[in-house]
Design a protein around this ligand. Sequence first.
Ligand code: GTP
Ligand code: MG
Length: 467
Amino acid sequence: MKDINLFDTIAAIATPLGQGGIGIVRLSGKKALAIADEIFTAKDGVKPSRYKSHTVHYGWIVEKAKVKSQKEKIVDEVLLTVMRAPRSYTKEDIVEISCHGGIVVLREILDLVLAKGARAAQRGEFTKRAFLNGRIDLSRAEAVLDVINAKTRYALESSISQLRGSLSKEVHQLKDKLIEVSALLEANINFPEEEITPANLEKVNSDVAFIKNEVDKLLDSAVHGKILREGLSAVILGRANTGKSSLLNALLKEERVIVSPVAGTTRDAVEEILDIRGIPLKIADTAGIIEPKDLIEQEALKRTRRYFDKADLVLLVFDSSSRLTPEDRLLIKKARAKTTIAVLNKCDLKPRIEEAEIKIHFDRLVKISSLKRKGLKELEEKIVQSVWEGKLEASDELIISNARHIQALKKAKEALARARDSLKDKLSIEFIAEDLRLTQESLGLIIGASAGEDILDKIFSQFCIGK
Ligand SMILES: Nc1nc2c(ncn2[C@@H]2O[C@H](COP(=O)(O)OP(=O)(O)OP(=O)(O)O)[C@@H](O)[C@H]2O)c(=O)[nH]1
Ligand SMILES: [Mg+2]
């Protein structure tokens, strides 16, 4: 996006290309209203440049005759919205033309606008202007992208909160605190003969501890952020015939995979996507093969392993109507390394399993019957709990989901840890001041205060055109 002129008036089709009820062509910049004057004929005859800000007008987009013998051509019947600088998305004059949502109409209107002197906008250029004109900071600009890309209700809520400035507020507060602390230290660096007072040193200590704690909290939330973005992946694990495929079918409420009394029914792992209370859950049914007898079974085992390795959550299925087998015990050992829910299936039959032994290894245990569809709600409940550990219930929590923010926070965390060590070891004040400066810089990256042109390019190129 280098070398683009920020004084140009830009235009783009802001709605998805396809057929729809309405489509929008959007213009932003100094010439937006003058261009609208040339192509829009209002029903009441008033020119757009005379409209008040935030008003909507009915009329037609008209292509004037190029030569006298030609008649002027009506392109479409439209509504035209005017938002004047600085009270607009970009802080510039904005004109939005809402026309009928056909590709040809939209294209013709855009061509007309370009012919009158606007330039085709690049990806994210409207939002980039909002950032460069100081209406939003970088974390909020990125939140615009997250809102557009949100795939679940929770992801949307979290991006909306970031769009409203929750993250930038938090970062600004931390930066202010850092500035305060740095000022105390700088005074000492500039006037070394004046020893830093024990009271001031104590304040530096406690403020640094406070900031570090806040940064840690933000980083902790990133685990949830990943799930909001990408969904949660779970694997159904268990020895043959415990009812893994039956469980998948029960959760999906359809007969998706083959179920049979023959051990080794499932060979190929099957992955499906479920929506569990707004969280997308990718769930894989695997083969219950533990000791492969042929090449196909070897391959099946390999696939089970692959799903197991990448899973955030394991549903370890037991047949509660039989005693634990050595295979069950082997799987218990493996699953302990992961977040696991022990699922005691076939609870409609007489229980024979050593429940107490399983409880030793796993905090979460549910009894279900896939056949009779019992206990499935409790299982869903446990799945949600295991993911959020009750955290999402506190809905105000700020959740970090952006990889760039995570990276910047990690850098801040490292610098803060060094500053704390230096404080503990009573090292020279300069060292501490330097690490606090680095912390400030890293936090500044999140809101864009210290972000370079290359970072901006990378961020805004992920946007769609017209945003
Ligand atoms: N009584 C009872 N039987 C069940 C239940 N769930 C599954 N079964 C039966 O157990 C047998 C095995 O079920 P599957 O779902 O194929 O088991 P699986 O774990 O996928 O087996 P593999 O794919 O061979 O590893 C079938 O006959 C099912 O009908 C249950 O809750 N109660
Ligand atoms: Mg199966």
